[in-house]
Design a protein around this ligand. Sequence first.
Ligand code: ADP
Length: 294
Amino acid sequence: MTACTLTLNDVGFRYKGGHEALSEVSLRLERGIVGLLGPNGAGKSTLMRILATLAKPTRGHVQWNGEDTARRPDALRRTLGYLPQDFGVYPMLSAREFLSYLSAVKGISAKGAKARVDECLAQVGLSEVGERRLGEFSGGMRQRVGIAQALLNDPRLLIVDEPTVGLDPEERLRFRHLLTDLAVDRLVILSTHIVSDIEASAGSLAIMAKGRLLFSGTPEALIATAAGHVWEWTVPAPQVAAVRANHVTTGSQQRADGVRLRLVAERSPSADAVPASASLEDAHLWLVSRGEKH
Ligand code: ADP
């Protein structure tokens, strides 16, 4: 197996004339799926652009297998696949034409390109529809074409930015399975603000808010941080708004005796509240709510 180690050392980024979009991000990532989670504006896209060598950190260093990616971007670019958030396709081209065109852009020889396009279409389950125009594809199929183009150079680092936005649950599930298969011999970085996207597939997580890393580790380790801080509390309907305004609620359910709220809090919010075991979603909100107070 080839090495796939990405190391971030005190990475910071400031847009020209702007505030710090990233600060003090240190991480070591290895093979498998890493979920990068955080609310809008957390700095995920900025970080991904740095990892994809489209931007250079204004502070700190990123290394791919020990090589500085700002100083020697080519070593990483050769083995990088990137699916940006605003990935667009040409609706009049067939999937095969589109991928052949991108193979040429990526410098894959015409001789090798045909076989490679076939392999990539097969990998994402689109062999049967390779001749169809992209304009006829569903959102999920288009995202799979996006992955196929990111796979053309058989990358060891695959970066996918918010890939499940707009997909229906079935397509989302299929997309997650595809990423799991690809991560066997790659580092796959998946950015999302949807916890369930990574719950089933990511072996490790990095959680960001306001440009900072709040947590990195396994989903189990994150869940453990919320143990003892999750509560269920059934309140009469007229009180729900007040409880929501004063607590971080992670769920609610209408019941005959009122509304059962699920919330995260340092200590029990009421004598009527009962402790509950933490889910990844609870732990995520617990972490982010504490991060915002700092
Ligand atoms: P996310 O992907 O998590 O939503 P971004 O990386 O897009 O977060 O944004 C992080 C911060 O950087 C935000 O405060 C955003 O407003 C700011 N930002 C993003 N792009 C630019 C830009 N081109 N110029 C100035 N500020 C930017």
